[in-house]
Design a protein around this ligand. Structure first.
Ligand code: ZN
Length: 672
């Protein structure tokens, strides 16, 4: 599970960070459409030992090799479209200063950013702002041999690519989880082919072994297809689907294993074994080894990990992340994780749904060294893994806050005018200035380290009963745990916050974002769909309604503008506790109907008037609601055939990095 920077403000929740800056400061390297690209620094890399640097380098290569996999997972025609656009982009001999070319380049930058033709967050297909005729003219002047050849002829390639780009009625959404339809038919993701939702659900329900307390993650690493009337899993492994890319990943992991310390070596070898066999039992073995390694300074995520992209929540997108521990900042999370049992015991949740013994919650603050797959260019700011409930229960989980990424957001957001526009009271603005960053980071720590790991299921409940509402409710549970404890005197006692001002800063931002400012990410007329956004809206709207009589939260109209104000922080905390108790009950009992009711009532529908107002106010500030990152580059320094050092460089050309990745890390055929 992950947390994206929620933030349109500076506050966050699970998820991505969406702050922006009006002035182009030097942290912003590119901006297009609703996106800005930031750079991030990797402080401390130079101080690593040579062996650690080599480990980072090899894992970094492994993290870059799966990029094509994600493109193909997101939609079956993403690779043909991307490679066609890149063939044109590389050698276009004509005028690159025309508005049509600018529109073409913008479209390509969006496809790179989203790892496909659908928006990374809203899931809606992009509409090109150049004409089909212009596109034809670009194709005409590009040498035929530069285009992908797997379709036999240019005619066949264009038959695939052009409808994707220019027919808005086709493949409208990558992911559509609206109720009352076949979600697989409505979604263009490539995790299923020719299979109905009912068939897929029955297929995986039949796999579950009654009474199995250590179930594998059914369906996690395969595409489910119908062949000759039978359902078959095409497993992603060496020798299976996506083999050419997975072989490269394995190649670099083998190098990494050679320079890793014994436990980490065994961990990496288990991952390699899983990539070779596709056996999900091996994946569990890897996760158990991985979660038990709390010593290694260098750590990584590499593989089919998060299931947010599958409407049914079985199949995982490929991601890669390499990082090392920020020793100083980790002291903060260590204090919190050492008190994990205290937090569990004192939570407002029903005693029977609390963990009697919280196991191995390890939390650290990390420095990201490379982002790959589903962590690039948009990236989480916090991650908690593994995802399998029984492994979390028996072995614990590892939780990270990615501080060099949140620092980059902070730097890029300085002076962007957001607070002046949306925060009514000077006292709130002052609190956010002073404590916003700490509040954000602590929220992420608590969400990842304690929130996701807390609670337990009732006997007989498997954990997948909440279906398409599961992700939203799980994020809400983790957010509420974090919000509830942010204002607990225990945090002052532990020395991680100086006063209750930190919680007030976070509460004010969180509610403002959930009720109002996050709407900037939604196109007019659309509902809220993404799980983290639904979660924030659900929490904020529910607390607004339940506290209405006491004016706990108020929507104030002033000078024709709407402002969200929290009046009673203590009562708001009580409401967070009440909702946490209910959502934990829903999860523990697998109460689908109650979960659906909460999400549909509070998390989905948008007030069109408020929405239009927010969009207009953002527009005036020139704030892009989404951000992503350009990666550093690692270069080995050789002497007599030996690596004697690894140098880090910080490129600033987003398009050049994407073209470089497509040239050097493109291993899959165009058709998979
Ligand atoms: Zn989360």
């Amino acid at each position: 599970m992950f947390v994206m920077s929620a933030l349109v403000v500076g506050m966050t929740a699970c998820g991505e960070k969406a702050r922006t800056t009006q002035k182009a400061n030097d942290w912003v390297v590119d901006r297009f459409d609703d996106i800005k690209i930031l750079r991030y620094e990797v402080p401390g890399f130079e101080a690593l030992t040579l062996q650690e640097k080599m480990l980072v380098y090899y894992l970094n290569e492994a993290a870059l090799c799966g990029r094509d996999i994600l493109f193909d997972q997101n939609f079956k025609y993403n690779l043909p479209v991307r490679r066609t656009l890149e063939a044109i982009y590389a050698d276009f001999p004509g005028d690159r200063s025309t508005p049509q070319w600018a529109a073409f380049e913008k479209y390509l930058k969006k496809v790179w950013f989203a790892n496909g033709v659908h928006h990374h967050y809203s899931n809606d297909k992009f509409t090109p702002e150049f004409s089909e005729d212009y596109f034809d003219s670009l194709v005409m002047v590009t040498p035929t041999e530069n285009f992908p050849q797997d379709f036999g002829s240019m005619g066949e390639l264009m038959k695939v690519v052009k409808p994707v780009m220019f027919n808005p009625a086709l493949y409208q959404k990558r992911l559509d989880q609206s109720a009352g339809q076949d979600m697989l038919a409505a979604s263009s993701m490539n995790y299923y082919q020719g299979v109905t939702q009912k068939e897929a659900e029955e297929f995986y329900a039949a796999m579950a072994v009654p009474g199995d307390t250590t179930p594998i993650s059914y369906g996690l690493n395969s595409r489910l297809v119908k062949e000759n009337g039978k359902l078959v899993e095409k497993v992603w492994r060496v020798g299976g689907l996506y083999s050419p890319a997975i072989e490269k990943i394995v190649f670099w992991l083998e190098k990494a294993a050679e320079v890793a310390e014994p436990h980490q070596k065994e961990t990496i070898e288990a991952l390699i074994s899983y990539y070779r066999s596709g056996d999900l039992k091996e994946f569990d073995r890897f996760n158990i080894l991985w979660v038990q390694d709390t010593v290694s300074r260098i750590d990584f995520v590499n593989g089919f990990t998060e299931t947010y992209g599958d409407p049914l929540g079985y199949k995982a997108s490929w991601e890669g992340l390499v990082n090392f521990r920020n020793e100083e900042a980790t002291k903060r999370t260590q204090v919190i994780s050492e008190a994990a049992q205290w937090f569990e015991d004192h939570s407002p949740v029903d005693d029977k749904y609390k963990k009697e013994r919280v196991k191995g919650v390890s939390a650290k603050v990390i420095t990201a060294a490379i982002l790959g797959g589903d962590c690039y260019p948009a990236t989480p700011i916090g991650i908690n893994l593994p995802n399998a409930d029984w492994i979390r229960k028996d072995y614990g989980s590892k939780s990270v806050t990615i501080q060099n990424i949140t620092d980059a957001y902070d730097e890029a957001a300085k002076g962007n005018g957001f607070q002046e526009e949306f925060v009514l009271r000077e006292e709130d603005r002052e609190r956010m200035r002073q404590y916003g960053n700490l509040g954000d980071n602590l929220h992420t720590d608590l969400h990842e380290c304690l929130g996701h790991g807390s609670g337990q299921l009732a006997p007989g409940v498997k954990g997948d009963e909440l279906k398409n509402y599961g992700s939203t409710l799980e994020e809400a549970r983790a957010d509420l745990f974090a919000l509830y404890y942010l204002a607990d005197p225990k945090l002052i006692e532990l020395g991680v916050v100086p006063s209750d001002e930190v919680a007030k800063a976070e509460y004010a931002s969180y509610i403002m974002n959930g009720l109002m400012t996050q709407l900037t990410r939604i196109k007019p007329g659309k509902d809220v769909e993404e799980a983290h956004m639904r979660n924030r809206k659900l929490i904020s709207e529910w607390c607004y309604e339940k506290g209405k009589a006491d004016k706990v939260i108020e929507m104030i109209q002033q000078n024709g503008k709407t402002y969200v104000v929290v009046n009673d922080f203590d009562k708001l905390r009580t409401l967070f506790g009440d909702l946490l108790r209910e959502i934990q009950r829903i999860k523990s009992e697998g109460d689908f109907d109650a979960g659906k009711d909460l999400v549909e009532t509070y998390g989905v529908k948008v007030d069109p008037k408020l929405h239009a107002e927010v969009l207009a106010r953002y527009e005036k500030l020139h704030l892009e609601p989404y951000a992503g990152f350009i990666n550093p580059v690692y270069k080995p320094v050789m002497e007599n055939g030996q690596i004697i050092d690894i140098k880090i460089e910080y490129p600033t050309d987003y398009a050049a990095q994407m073209m470089d990745y497509s040239k050097n890390y493109s291993f899959l055929p165009t058709k998979n």
